[in-house]
Design a protein around this ligand. Structure first.
Ligand SMILES: NC(=O)C1=CN([C@@H]2O[C@H](COP(=O)(O)OP(=O)(O)OC[C@H]3O[C@@H](n4cnc5c(N)ncnc54)[C@H](O)[C@@H]3O)[C@@H](O)[C@H]2O)C=CC1
Ligand SMILES: O=C(O)[C@@H]1CCC=N1
Length: 275
């Protein structure tokens, strides 16, 4: 992994998160390059991580062992067809992080036989606490799968799926998931303010509590349900609050929200796969 050269096509939020995590994990800045038409994004990445940036996708892809496709799903067709000369059977590995674009479509755009891994990471990769689902097409070698996994493992947890459709579920749970937890933190911060705390105090308490709960849930042998029960004294304050959340349909809401996200991933795949 340390010797791999990694070329990012697109240097936005997700690329920045992955690059930050890779650098923090000890990958040399010389082994990472980014192509992005946005001068501001390029300058910011060079200033923050000391990596080289270009405006030319092919120039970056041609020097990379692994090409990470990190543009918006709607741009992937144009970007992939522009890199077709650098792809193909037995050639470098392409690693797409785009939500809702199927491996078969990306392979068709790059060229049949191209080794391709589809990944669904999330932005906590920036602080090496990401969660990524991975799916490799039939053209990938064991070594290439290991390379893809090593890149994503450097920034958090990785998990392979044997059916590509499961990536859409992963998108709904952990790809989009950080936004749900941030939204909950925002809500808790606002609620704290309404209850008379300073905004800053409420934010700190909300964020630290989310962190503490996540750390406990990760480190404890007990399930989240058991940890929840331990906070909930019979006849106490937590019980009263949870009753309100349950009565408001919290679980149904979470089911509906994640089903909607998964459906959107499928819609995007159908729409973008028409190209
Ligand atoms: N943001 C997130 O939490 C996650 C995003 N993803 C996926 O990552 C991909 C990128 O998303 P974000 O980073 O959020 O978007 P973004 O908009 O922050 O970044 C996209 C970057 O691509 C650049 N770009 C535009 N046209 C280009 C071209 N022709 N060639 C090269 N670069 C070009 C833009 O200037 C921008 O810097 C998407 O496909 C998304 O589905 C996946 C998991 C999580
Ligand atoms: O919202 C999106 O479409 C992307 C994919 C997962 C997180 N962000």
């Amino acid at each position: 992994m340390q010797d791999l050269t990694i070329g990012f096509i697109g240097g936005g939020n997700m690329a920045r998160s992955l690059i930050g995590g890779l650098i923090a994990d000890g990958v040399a800045a010389e082994n990472i390059m980014v192509a992005d038409p946005d001068e501001g994004h390029c300058r910011a990445l060079t200033a923050e991580f000391g990596i080289a940036t270009r405006h030319d996708n092919a120039a970056v892809a041609s020097t990379a062992d692994v090409v990470v496709l990190a543009v918006k799903p709607q741009l992937l067709h144009e970007v992939a067809t522009g890199l077709a000369e650098l792809a193909g059977p037995g050639n470098r590995l392409f690693l797409s992080v785009a939500a809702g674009v199927r491996a078969a479509d990306i392979e068709r755009w790059l060229g049949e036989g191209t080794p391709l891994v589809r990944a669904m990471p999330n932005t906590p990769a920036l602080v090496q606490s990401g969660a990524t689902g991975l799916f490799g097409n039939a053209n990938t070698t064991e070594q290439q799968r290991e390379a893809a996994e090593a890149i994503l493992r450097a920034v958090g947890l990785t998990l392979w799926v044997d059916e590509e459709a499961k990536l859409d579920a992963i998108t709904a749970i952990s790809g989009s998931g950080p936004a749900y937890f941030f939204a909950f933190m925002e809500a808790l911060e606002g609620a704290g303010e309404k209850l008379g705390l300073e905004r800053e105090q409420a934010r700190l308490l909300a964020v630290q509590t989310a962190f503490g709960a996540a750390k406990m849930a990760l480190e404890s042998p007990d399930e989240p349900g058991t940890l929840r029960e331990r906070v909930t004294s019979p006849g106490g304050t937590t019980e009263r609050a949870l009753e309100v959340l349950e009565a408001g349909g919290m679980r149904d809401l979470v089911n509906d929200a994640t089903a909607a996200a998964r459906e959107r991933a499928g819609e995007l795949a159908d729409l973008l796969g028409e190209n």
